[in-house]
Every structure is written in C-alpha cells, then in structure tokens.
Design a protein around this ligand. Structure first.
Ligand SMILES: CC(C)(COP(=O)(O)OP(=O)(O)OC[C@H]1O[C@@H](n2cnc3c(N)ncnc32)[C@H](O)[C@@H]1OP(=O)(O)O)[C@@H](O)C(=O)NCCC(=O)NCCS
Length: 245
C-alpha cells in the first residue's frame, strides 16, 4: 500500500482511495449557489452561524469534488440517502463510493471504487473518554486500552473512536450496528489494519483500516471494503477549482 499527495486529475482506479482535505472556515462570495433547495433548508435550520457555515462549506466541497469526478456541474448532482442516512449519488452520476466527515474546522471526503467510511474527530480534552468507553468499546478494546500507558489512553481512545466510526460509516448501518460488536486495534498501526466483527454482524468482506495524517488537533481514520493498495491525498479550496497539490 502506498500513500502520496497527487498532482494528477482525479480518477478513481481499482483499489485506490482518494482523500480530499479542506478547511471549513474559508471566505466564499456566494456559498449556497450550487446547493439544492433541501440543502438550503437544512442549512437554514442551524442555530449557530459557525455550524451553518461549516456545514455549507462541507456540502460545497462534496458537490465540487464529486462533480470533478463526474465531469458534471456541481449543482446538477442529485443525492439520495438510504434508510440509515448514508448519502449516495443518483444516476447518471452514481457508481462511485464516497463518505464525508466534518469535525471542528476540518473536513475530509473519501472517494473509492468500493464502500468506504471516513471519520475525523477533534481531540476534545474535556471529553470523559473513560465513561464513553463503557458504552462504545468491546471487551477486547477495553482490555487493550487498560494495557496502554495511562498518559496515552486518551489518544488511544480517540484512535479507537475514529477507527470504529469509520467502519460503521463504511458499512452504512449507523448505530443499528452495535458498537461493542466491533473490535478495532487501539494502538498505532504501522500500515493498514483489519477489523474484527462479531460473527452475526460480519458481512464477509475484508474491511481495511487506515489512519490519516491530519492536524494534531484531530484524529482521523478511513475504512475500506477491500484491500487498499493506494491512498492519494488532495487539498480542496473553494476559491478556485479544487486544487490538487
Ligand atoms: C450518522 C453518523 C455517521 C454521524 O457521524 P458523526 O461522527 O457525527 O459525523 P461525521 O461528520 O463523521 O459524518 C457525517 C456525514 O456522514 C454521512 N452519513 C450520514 N449518515 C451516514 C451513515 N449511516 N453511514 C455513513 N455515512 C453517513 C453524511 O455525509 C454526513 O454528512 P452531513 O451531516 O453533512 O449530512 C453516525 O454514525 C453517528 O451518529 N455516529 C455516532 C456514534 C457514536 O456514538 N460513536 C461513538 C464512538 S465509536
């Protein structure tokens, strides 16, 4: 498996995953121009301006990047959500798999030829991770966390969280998939890692985990349904056409 930052025009090759990173606080002249009526209505429901602006930015990034893949106008893309809320593109632009995450001022979009999930979390120093562990961790994960040096347990918990969430988002079943039925490694991985899932929830696919380098205020992971051979990183900025650097 290789990881690089690419200058090529995106096209998703077999077993290649693209991750697009973007800030959620850019300056935009007419931010809602390419959004659908539903999206504008959803944006209007946010109570706080900062949350509204960030959500809108993530949505514009999603449209512009997927439009680049489809060779289409961002405003022409149409989405539908399944019963668990996972969005997908409607024909004629369907066929590519994607998943979006936004946390704080960071947004990430993963695009792949097979199901994929991605998750980023702000490392919130106030979070009572120990209490949350009781709710979200499997027995094996709790044991693995206990074995970590105390000074590393908080980070290990966030690693566990983003990996597990990436898997849940890849499967697309939301919280109907019991969190404790999934076991992810809690220690740093030198390369792609595997997921163990309770037999009754296993879909028989070899899901592959990968941690992403992001600003140190965050933790991020992706989970891909297959063998991951190549990861390409891109940066997106709303000022111009999505820029690959
Ligand atoms: C819906 C869910 C995916 C939200 O996750 P989140 O971490 O709050 O939010 P993220 O920013 O990572 O992802 C949100 C995006 O995922 C996508 N999404 C929505 N439902 C989804 C689903 N069922 N599966 C995959 N992706 C989904 C959407 O694009 C959404 O973007 P939007 O909010 O702009 O529409 C869901 O898994 C959830 O509520 N998770 C929390 C579970 C938990 O308690 N985890 C504890 C640690 S394991």
């Amino acid at each position: 498996m290789t990881s690089d930052v690419s200058e090529e025009t995106p096209s998703v090759e077999r077993h290649e995953v693209q991750v697009w990173q973007f800030g959620l606080d850019p300056t935009m002249s007419d931010p809602t121009r390419c959004l659908s009526q539903d999206e504008r209505e959803r944006a209007a429901r946010f109570r706080f301006e900062v949350h509204r602006r960030r959500w809108v930015t993530a949505r514009i990034a999603l449209r512009q990047i997927l439009a680049l893949h489809a060779g289409a106008n961002p405003a022409s893309l149409r989405f539908h959500c399944d019963s668990y809320g996972k969005p997908a593109l409607l024909p004629p632009h369907d066929g590519v798999h994607f998943n979006l995450t936004h946390s704080g001022d960071l947004g990430l979009l993963a695009i792949a030829p097979a199901p994929i999930g991605i998750d980023a979390e702000c490392i919130d120093r106030r979070l009572d991770w120990d209490a949350l562990t009781q709710r979200v961790a499997s027995d094996d994960e709790r044991e693995a966390l206990r074995r970590c040096p105390v000074s590393e347990q908080r980070i290990a918990f966030f690693r566990l969280w983003t990996r597990k969430e990436a898997y849940i988002k890849g499967r697309g079943l939301g919280l109907s998939l019991p969190l404790a039925a999934i076991t992810v490694p809690v220690t740093a991985l030198p390369g792609p890692g595997d997921i163990r899932v309770e037999a009754v929830w296993d879909d028989g696919r070899p899901w592959c985990l990968w941690d992403l380098e992001v600003p140190e205020s965050h933790m991020a992971s992706l989970c891909y349904a297959g063998t991951l051979y190549r990861l390409r990183r891109h940066l997106w900025s709303p000022a111009e056409q999505p820029a690959t650097t």
